[in-house]
Structures are given as C-alpha cells and as structure tokens.
Design a protein around this ligand. Structure first.
Ligand code: 13P
Ligand code: SF4
Length: 305
C-alpha cells in the first residue's frame, strides 16, 4: 500500500469514529500530515483543553497523552505507542522532589511539562519551553525550584535574573548530548547560516545561537527571517518540516544524530492500528491525580497564553 492510500484510510476511520489526532512536530511527517493539529508542547496542552471529539489520539510521548487526559478526563485518550516515553519525564519522582523541598520550603516548584502526572500533583506551576520565561517573569514568587531540566532552567535563570532559580541535575538526553564543538563545525561549513537552538541544549550550545526558542518558535523565526540558510539545533524533524515549508531556503540539522527515538517510535501504520483498536494504549489516571495535577497545568495556560 502507498503512504497516501494508508493516509486516506486513516482519515476515513478518524472521521467515522470522531477521533481527534494531535501530533507533536517531532513525530514522522506522514503522521503530521493527517493530524488535526500539530504543534509544540504548549500548543498541544491548550488544544487538549479545547477538543470536542470524544476520543483523542496523541501521537507523541506519554506525558503529552497524560496532559490531554488531565485536561479532558471525560475523554478516551490514546497514546499512539505504549513504549513512547520521554526519558526526562522519568528522571525525578514525587518522593524525591518532596525530599528536596524540605531544604527549600519557600521555593515555588516550577515543573517542565515533561514530567509524570504523579509529579505534577506537587508542582505549583507547569511550563513548556515556549512559556517558561514568560511564566517565570509573571509568577509572584521570587524563588523557583525548577525541575527536571537544568538546561531549560539555566536558560530561564539567565533571562529572568531578578528571580533566584534552583536547578537539579535532569535534562533531555537527546538535546543535552549535543556538543558545543558541533555548532562551531557547522558554522564553519555554513558561515552564512543563522543558528537556531532549543533551550534543552546545554548553555555552551545555546550561547552560540542567533535565536533560542521552542520548536514552534524556531519554525516561526525561520519562516519570517530574511536569511536563506539555517542550522537547526533541535530534533531533526524540525529541519525537515521547514525544508518542505520553505523550499527557497536551506535548513541544516545541527547534527545528523539529533533524533528522539521515542518521538519516532510511532509509525503511520501504528496510527492505522490505533484506530482499528489493535495497537496503542488508553491512558488511565485516577480522579485524585487528575484533580491535583490539573492545578499546575491550568496555571500554565492562564499565565502562558
Ligand atoms: P517543545 O515542543 O516545547 O519545543 O519541546 C520539545 C520537546 O522536547 C518535547 O518533548
Ligand atoms: Fe523527551 Fe528529549 Fe524526546 Fe523531547 S526530545 S520527548 S525532551 S527525550
């Protein structure tokens, strides 16, 4: 079967069953093409609170599907691949943070959305890479315990120097593995290219960027810029989407290994089987977890919108 035939079958099933498909822009392009909405983590959270369909299929990773369930508990929420987790979201648990909190009783817990539902229950506010700086500025508290990503946290601390930000040792294994020398080498190869970097990269990498932002912010910047060449410092899909969207410009992935295997776990045929009920996982969260985890996500949407 051709990719386009399979896409047509999926669209038919999706309509028959009244399913909304949400996709993070890191998933495969042929999935993004049949999704109702494609975006970054913040946009997906907002969308999750607005969806009308009784079933939502999240093509992304587990914390994203959990966020949909927390915001729309009455809906059937499916994760496209049961093994698609985000390693960063598993790095810290609720018990560990409650222990750390004992030493920082007057700090507000700011949790990256890449955390489990259980950990969100003890966070004061959630953030994404798109909303973190804005929320850190807007939040009333001047002492912040930022979890789990120390690189995004360091970026926030630099942008919001009026606040005290305590960091812990966590982060995205995909973004954090990029070496500062990779930027220097790519700049030598493409001296006219602008360097656009995701804030999950280490400070020595983001410091070399012309622009730092979330996946959507990087895409918007590249589309609106008059420049013709760009080095893209985030998951390889973003350079691919941009190359399709702007054929008159050139996009170079910062490294060829910039691949999130969890975001790439779902294939188009998996999506077909998600809709026939043969594959995927329905997200189950207890009512108390949903109630408690929702507070920090609602606060993020209120302050980050
Ligand atoms: P954004 O979608 O917020 O840019 O985050 C990227 C990411 O790594 C999602 O897990
Ligand atoms: Fe998690 Fe990093 Fe993959 Fe995003 S890119 S889902 S933060 S491992």
């Amino acid at each position: 079967m051709q990719v386009s035939e399979l896409q047509q079958e999926i669209l038919k099933l999706k309509q028959q069953q009244d399913v909304c498909i949400l996709a993070h822009s890191y998933v495969a392009r042929e999935i993004c093409e049949i999704a109702d909405f494609v975006g970054d983590s913040f946009q997906l959270s907002v969308k999750a609170s607005q969806v009308k369909n009784p079933t939502v299929l999240m093509c992304g990773v587990r914390f994203m599907a959990e966020t949909v369930k927390i915001l729309s508990p009455e809906k059937k929420v499916l994760l496209s691949h049961p093994q698609a987790g985000c390693p960063m979201a598993e790095q810290m648990d609720k018990e560990m943070i409650l222990e750390v909190k004992k030493n920082y009783p007057d700090y507000l817990v700011m949790a990256y959305v890449n955390t489990t539902a259980a950990l969100k229950t003890i966070a004061d506010v959630c953030v994404t890479s798109a909303s973190a700086v804005k929320i850190a500025k807007a939040i009333e508290n001047d002492k912040i315990l930022f979890i789990p990503d120390c690189n995004l946290g360091a970026y926030v601390a630099k942008q919001v120097p009026e606040k005290t930000v305590k960091l812990l040792q966590g982060g995205c294994p995909v973004h954090a593995s990029v070496k500062p020398s990779a930027v220097r080498e790519m700049k030598e190869l493409h001296p006219d290219a602008l360097v656009l970097i995701h804030p999950e990269c280490v400070p020595e990498v983001t410091e070399q960027a012309d622009f730092v932002g979330s996946t959507t912010a990087i895409m918007d910047f590249a589309k609106q810029s008059d420049a013709k060449e760009f080095i893209i410092g985030t998951e390889i899909s973003i350079a691919e989407h941009l190359q399709y969207d702007c054929p008159d410009k050139m996009f170079y992935p910062l490294t060829k290994d910039f691949i999130c295997s969890n975001m790439k776990a779902t294939t188009l045929i998996d999506v077909y089987y998600n809709l026939t009920g043969q594959f995927g996982e329905e997200i189950q969260l207890d009512a108390q977890t949903i109630r408690d985890a929702r507070r920090c996500i609602d606060k993020m949407i209120e302050l980050g919108g």
